[in-house]
Design a protein around this ligand. Structure first.
Ligand code: ARG
Length: 471
């Protein structure tokens, strides 16, 4: 391995015990600054709280504390102005900022790290960072969910075929289908809120692994940083990344929901279904086929689900064999976590914009429901009400459907005498149940597809959102 400058010359913060400098490649291989610099705000916030606490317990003087806090605030400005020189030799965001602080305020800068370690510092930074991102996502879910409720209310009586096995099953209302999506996302948001309880705990004070000999006040730092509580055990505090795994798990699950919705949008915008028109701004064209308008946004969300599933597996695998406490392996937690956050946020944003813009082709949806013998179950239920056992009525309607397939006629297109061939119990009132409106309106209970139930469900969901902010 080639030798470059000595570590002292490289300005390493840990060079004391080393007699040769880090290999150039090893330096780059082990550095995280290129990606962890995105936590600079949380790193500075954490350091300022740490310095405040150290001054309160008498480890720093008030002048030292002020120099540190102000120096860090200036560094934040330098970073935000794009003037900060990030150095790979300084390995990570923590040492880059600390070295710059010492540049600016001299020896006092070197006191900031008293009573802590990068191990508890990095664990604190990631939790602060994830907490901030989760707040944004909570709002994104709300926005998307409200968009779904508005659309569901508008489309409460719009009829479409409901599917099982992707075959026409029974008529449903489009509003009801939209509310199914709403429920999926409501649970995703609940999971996010629940996971935040475990993200928002403070590792700081665990120091390298065993705690510190300084008279630190962890409760105070915890309060300054807005954590819900401290991590109770120092070894656990610096070593576990279960909170990040948990986030990736809920992100993967939520992406899976968005992917299923995407799949439906891709199908429904195809010329074959033509249930939905997606405005041009969510689509792109083909460079060879002039007629194409591709539903890129849903396709990409569906595709990006794979990487989030992958990040969950990466983090589980990263964790599974690590002995306590901190290991450098944990530096590998960041890129998967960052990308899971970016991907979910991007997908939620795209959906938040796209859902309110969906344009249903109501006539096409209705015609599709009419064509597929979607009211066959209604006819069977009708015969049961006339005293025929369900299995027998199923058989009777099966024959009527076979006849319809042969004659290319839907049940509602058959005359009374045609229908009577299958059962003399069929009377004139059968046409009430064979209509699409009759079919959906009859499913009139909580969770059913009747337009009135859709409107009532929207009202309940709105009230829950208004009352608690939590659907
Ligand atoms: N960059 C490191 C990480 O992301 C920070 C902690 C390093 N600690 C250590 N003892 N080398 O995990």
């Amino acid at each position: 391995m080639s030798k470059t400058m000595t570590d002292k010359q490289q300005n390493k913060l840990w060079g004391g015990r080393f007699s040769e400098s880090t290999d150039q490649f090893v330096q780059e291989f082990t550095a995280s600054v290129n990606f962890d610099q995105r936590m600079y705000r949380q790193d500075i916030f954490g350091s300022q709280a740490h310095a405040t606490m150290l001054a309160e317990v008498g480890v720093l003087t008030e002048e030292e504390r002020d120099a540190i806090i102000n120096g860090l605030a200036e560094i934040q400005k330098e970073i935000e102005a794009g003037e900060f020189q990030w150095s790979v030799a300084l390995e990570d965001v923590h040492m880059n900022i600390e070295a710059r602080l010492t540049d600016k305020i001299g020896i006092t800068g070197k006191k900031l790290h008293t009573g802590r370690s990068r191990n508890d510092q990095v664990a604190t930074d990631i939790r602060l960072w994830l907490r901030d991102e989760m707040l944004i996502m909570e709002e994104q879910y709300l926005y998307l969910m409200q968009g779904l409720l508005n659309l569901a209310e508008r489309e409460a009586a719009t009829i479409m075929p409901g599917f099982t096995h992707l075959q026409t099953a029974q008529p449903v209302t489009f509003g009801h289908h939209l509310l199914a999506w709403f429920e999926m996302l409501k649970r995703d948001r609940e999971r996010l809120l629940d996971a935040k309880k475990r993200v928002n705990r403070m590792p700081l004070g665990a120091a390298a692994l065993a705690g510190t000999t300084y008279p630190i006040n962890r409760q105070r730092t915890c309060e300054l940083l807005g954590f819900d509580g401290v991590c109770e055990n120092s070894l656990d505090a610096v070593s576990d990344r279960d909170f990040a795994i948990e986030f990736c798990a809920l992100a993967a699950l939520s992406m899976t929901h968005l992917s299923r919705i995407s799949e439906e949008l891709v199908l429904w915008t195809s010329a074959q279904f033509n249930f939905i028109n997606l405005p041009d701004r969510f689509c792109t064209g083909s460079s060879i086929m002039p007629q194409k308008k591709n539903p890129d946004v849903p396709e990409l969300v569906r595709g990006k689900t794979g990487r989030v599933n992958g990040h969950l597996i990466s983090l589980l695998t990263l964790m599974k064999s690590q002995p306590l406490a901190y290991n450098k392996d944990n530096q590998e937690d960041k890129e998967p976590l960052y990308d899971a956050v970016d991907t979910l946020k991007g997908s939620l944003r795209a959906f938040g914009d796209m859902i309110p813009a969906l344009e249903p082709n109501r006539e096409v949806m209705r015609e599709a429901a009419r064509r597929g013998f979607a009211t066959a179950t209604d006819l069977a239920d009708y015969l049961v009400r006339k005293g025929i056992a369900f299995r027998d009525s199923h058989e009777i309607v099966g024959k009527a459907v076979a006849y319809g397939v042969e004659k290319k006629k839907d049940l509602s297109d058959m005359s009374l005498s045609e229908l009577k061939q299958f059962s003399d119990q069929i009377e004139d009132d059968v046409f009430d149940v064979l209509t699409l409106e009759g079919s959906v309106s009859a499913r009139n209970h909580i969770g059913g597809t009747a337009p009135d139930q859709v409107r009532a469900a929207v009202a309940r969901a709105r009230e829950a959102l208004d009352n608690t902010g939590n659907a």
